[in-house]
Design a protein around this ligand. Structure first.
Ligand code: BES
Ligand code: ZN
Length: 960
């Protein structure tokens, strides 16, 4: 989830330079903040559309429950929609249409509940719908209908009963707003050739299909959809299936086109998609005749920006067909890049939608990081075409299986398309370590939730969390490694075959994997797949495995970031796991063991003083490792003398484990800091990125303290050889290395060297940017280095540089280039520029809604921007809650970003006060994120009290 941020992370480090003005600004701005806050409080009390959640209902009426009753099942829908792409007299955009659903009664009832939200339904004889019987059945008359807004139902009470086994037809005529809210059927706007263009597009996941047409809007309620779109002449309409008929007709005196689509396969409502636009496409057909098309703005396609996506789609589809041992289930695969899109991409079956940055690649201006993003996102979404779409989880409590799975296999698909990238290794950075950081808090939660715990749209949105995505990916990877990939794939393919076009729960997958294990002679597991995996998914957290090489003792303990944290949540497994441990010794002997209890002696791990043990080899397991001090010392000297003996992902993991063990006060901080000493020899990306993240944490903690100077000096020393290395191999920065990840390391070298003041670095970046400013038609800066260079130059400059950047941002026709500028604009150190920029995030004409939250995040990662962003966010909390509060990733990410630097008791009390102040408005899908922020801050305060001195001393002595 949200991996799109990562290029800017290198930059974040670059942005962290201390300035005295920050303090002055904080004081000045807290005055503004208090004023704004009271103004908002007044606004809020006067508000008529109060978002205050209703007091918990004691009502037992079926329409007060968020889950549909089990009385009816949908068979198919006929949906006709007509989006109007011109503003009406009231200044709004609308769509009209009608929708019919044939459903079968399973249990006798006199009540129909169907989801419908924000739709205006035509009255027929005073009721919002028409009901008829199918095949000669007589339908009971409608007694009354109304909208239950809290649970988002159209409620239809009947005079008589519906009969089991009989089918009925429910028909509605509707009108809805085609708003720019990124949800349901919505509109997106962009400029082309000086003309404003409008498109209509949909985003249904998780609970927005009901905003486009009345439907049984639960993932397990699969049906067939017959879709028709009415649209302006000259525009194209797309949906999940192939168009079967396109004709020009007159409707209400208007000449329009009507496009009728083939009936879809049986599928969930959240995967339905519609699009009306004047986009164009490039296409290819594979051997089996599956049509692949990439759609985007006309200009982008003409520029060739869709070519890369088209090139990788077929190999990835072919890979998954083989991997799942199941053909692609549809006859076409459309992928489309949208100017306004809330998440990164969405796996609508047959019509996958993307943010422009996740699909469009321009070789002239996009970085290789942008290319990697496209390969992984396309792979992720295409993986869902089977896992998620063909077989769907019954209810959102099992979302982790869907998203965790796609987040794991996206690496396999991308690796097939780009075999030279070694991309599979990166899972440890972008999933495993990311999951560790939230799963080591007491506010974490088990991967799998109970069905009854997930009900409201906000609770559903919250399921799209780092735990679901990244922990899901990490434990599935671990599973596939201890089963071996062929056994895993076999079980998987049987599972897909059994549940095709239907839905399942996670234990169905365990069943099929177990069968595959049973059919594999020679594969011995200590327990069943259920018994092993349930410990990883039904209890939160993960173990730290401690190996004492003096005795061979191996033990496990729940790893918690906060030393004295109290875990309230009970676990039926007592926070113990069955841990598959691969390990090696210095003499290269490799071995594997299962740790099945709290502690056990494993003789081969008792080694002599000249040996060392390295556990979690290739980081295949979801756990951290600690050793006795002697073994740590020996690993450290191995890193110093010849680090290549240790696999590259393990080098990164040693760093990340050591830093986190130190943060949890399990080992000494100086030991962790010493793992960074060997970096002067390190040339690989993954260890550098891991180091950078952990050091970044120090920048965040010490950015305003006296430790900062010594930290800078130390890092400068460490990065210098890397900077010089790349200077040499790139003919003084005029070329980029050929290796994919070497290009990432080059970016780290440049950004860290510039931010720590390595001689010659800033001169380079400044001169490149200046040349561009002098002639903005010629940008000589290599696309890979642009984020860093732009950020550095804008940080070093003033209004002139900022305004130039802003101008270039507005002119950018490649989305990836626009993001680089948008994030660089947050690097300025000038408070008024930052504040004006913050204001822009509330103006969609300046910063698109889809980009507002990440822009605030960028500003927040600038040490001077951070207090401004926090004040701004609090002052405008009501606005942000209203616009983003129920969205899936946006709000939780925003809260996470904006609190990420907190580490003092004063900041903690501000955070708690913020929670109190806004309790009435609520925190929507950011509720967990707020809890995590409080816990993280508390842990940091405690840690700082004990560790600040030794850290200062260590950096001081090491930088001399
Ligand atoms: N199904 C999600 C998109 C989504 C998320 C829709 C939340 C509604 C609510 C999609 O498969 C996804 O996971 N997209 C990721 C990108 C992916 C490569 C991790 C995203 O949007 O960031
Ligand atoms: Zn996904």
């Amino acid at each position: 989830m949200g991996k799109g941020y990562y290029i800017s992370k290198h930059m974040a480090t670059a942005a962290m330079v201390l300035a005295a003005i920050a303090l002055v600004t904080i004081i000045a701005l807290s005055v503004v903040y208090n004023r704004e806050k009271s103004r908002n409080a007044a606004k809020f009390t006067n508000s008529t559309t109060s978002p205050v959640p209703p007091t918990p209902k004691t009502s037992n009426e079926p329409w007060d429950k968020y889950r549909l009753p089990d009385t009816l099942t949908p068979q198919y829908y006929n949906v006709t929609l007509w989006p109007r792409l011109v503003m009406n007299a009231n200044g709004t955009y609308i769509f009209t249409g009608n929708s019919g659903v044939m459903f079968t009664c399973v249990k006798t009832t006199d009540l129909i509940l169907i989801h419908s939200n924000k739709l205006n339904l035509t009255l027929f004889k005073g009721h919002h719908a028409k009901l008829t019987g199918v095949s000669g059945v007589t339908a009971p008359a409608i007694k009354t209908t109304w909208f239950q807004t809290e649970t988002q139902y159209l409620v239809i009470q009947l005079e008589g009963k519906l009969k089991p086994g009989k089918s009925y037809w429910l028909y509605t005529e509707l009108r809805g707003e085609l708003a720019d809210d990124l949800k349901g059927f919505y509109r997106s706007e962009y400029m082309e050739d000086g003309e404003k263009k409008i498109i209509a597009i949909s985003q249904m996941q998780a609970t927005y299909a009901r905003k486009a047409f009345p439907c049984f809007d639960e993932p397990g309620m699969k049906a067939v959809f017959h879709i028709t779109l009415i649209h302006d002449l000259g525009t194209t309409a797309l949906s999940n299936s192939q168009e079967i008929k396109t004709e020009n007709v007159q409707i209400d005196g208007t000449a329009v086109t009507r496009t009728i689509f083939e009936p879809t396969k049986r599928m969930s409502t959240y995967l339905v998609a519609f699009l009306v636009s004047d986009f164009t496409y490039i296409s290819a057909a594979d051997d089996k005749g599956v049509l692949v098309r990439i759609w985007a703005r006309r200009k982008a396609i003409e520029d060739g920006q869709g070519d890369y996506a088209l090139r990788i789609t077929q190999p990835i589809l072919e890979f998954f067909e083989k991997y799942y041992n199941t053909s692609y289930p549809l006859s076409k695969s459309d992928q489309i890049a949208l100017p306004d899109f809330e998440s990164g991409a969405m796996e609508n079956w047959g019509l996958v939608t993307y943010r422009e940055t996740a699909l469009l690649y321009d070789p002239k201006t996009s970085a290789n990081g942008n290319k990697q993003r496209i390969a992984t996102v396309v792979s992720h979404e295409l993986a869902h075409m089977w896992f998620g779409n063909l077989v769907t989880v019954k209810w959102w409590n099992d979302l982790w299986l869907n998203e965790g799975f796609a987040s794991y296999v996206e690496y396999l698909g991308a690796d097939h398309a780009e075999p030279t990238w070694n991309i599979k290794d990166q899972i440890i950075l972008y999933d495993l370590q990311r999951a560790f950081s939230v799963d080591s808090l007491t506010s974490s939660h088990p991967l799998s939730r109970k069905e009854e715990e997930v009900n409201t749209p906000s609770e559903i949105s919250e399921m799209f969390s780092t735990i679901s995505y990244s922990k899901g990916a990490a434990v599935l990877k671990m599973l596939s490694e201890f089963l071996t990939e062929p056994v895993f794939a076999k079980g998987l393919s049987n599972y897909l075959n059994q549940f095709a076009f239907g839905s399942s729960v996670y234990s169905d997958l365990w069943d099929h994997l177990q069968k595959a294990v049973d059919q594999t002679p020679g594969l011995k597991l200590p327990y069943s797949v259920h018994e092993i995996m349930n410990r990883w998914i039904l209890q939160m957290g993960f173990p730290v495995v401690t190996i004492d090489t003096r005795t061979g003792n191996v033990s496990q303990k729940h790893f918690l970031l906060e030393k004295d944290a109290v875990v309230d949540r009970k676990s039926e497994f007592n926070y113990e796991w069955f841990v598959p441990i691969k390990w090696m010794k210095r003499d290269q002997v490799q071995d594997q063991l299962w740790l099945l209890q709290k502690s056990a002696i494993h003789k081969p791990m008792k080694v002599s003083k000249s040996e060392w043990v390295l556990a979690n080899l290739h980081v295949s397991g979801y756990f951290r490792v600690n050793y006795d001090l002697g073994n740590w010392e020996r690993l450290l000297s191995q890193l110093e003398s010849n680090h290549q003996v240790i696999p590259v992902v393990n080098r990164a993991q040693i760093l990340d484990d050591a830093f986190n063990l130190a943060r949890a006060s399990i080992i000494n901080i100086t030991l962790a800091l010493r793992t960074t000493k060997y970096l002067t020899h390190e040339r690989e990306y993954i260890p550098w990125e891991a180091a950078l993240r952990n050091l970044n944490y120090f920048f965040q903690l010490f950015g305003r303290s006296e430790v900062y100077g010594a930290l800078q000096a130390y890092l400068k020393k460490q990065v210098k050889p890397l900077f010089e290395h790349f200077g040499t191999i790139s003919s003084n920065w005029t070329t980029v290395p050929s290796g994919h990840t070497d290009q990432f390391t080059q970016i780290i070298a440049l950004s860290l060297a510039c931010s720590t003041g390595v001689e010659g670095c800033r001169e380079l970046t400044k001169s490149w940017f200046k040349r561009w400013m002098q002639n903005h038609h010629v940008n000589v800066i290599h696309p890979n280095l642009r984020s860093t260079v732009y950020c550095d130059a804008i940080a070093a400059g003033g209004a002139e540089e900022w305004n130039f950047g802003w101008q270039m941002f507005q002119k950018a026709t490649v989305a990836a280039e626009a993001v680089k500028l948008r994030s660089a604009l947050a690097c300025t150190k000038v408070p008024w520029l930052l504040n004006r920029y913050l204001q822009y995030t509330m103006n969609p004409e300046k910063i698109r809604k889809q980009d507002a939250a990440s822009t605030i995040g960028y500003i927040n990662s600038n040490i001077i921007g951070q207090p401004l962003a926090w004040d701004f966010f609090r002052a405008n909390y009501f606005y942000f809650f209203k616009v983003y509060g129920t969205g899936s990733f946006t709000f939780s990410r925003l809260i996470g970003d904006i609190t990420s630097r907190f580490s003092t008791p004063f900041e903690l009390s501000q955070l708690k006060q913020f929670k109190k102040d806004n309790a009435e408005i609520g925190f929507g899908s950011g509720t967990q994120a707020l809890q995590q922020a409080i816990e993280k801050t508390t842990a940091k305060i405690k840690w700082l009290a004990e560790n600040k001195e030794p850290v200062l001393q260590w950096f001081t002595s090491e930088s001399e």
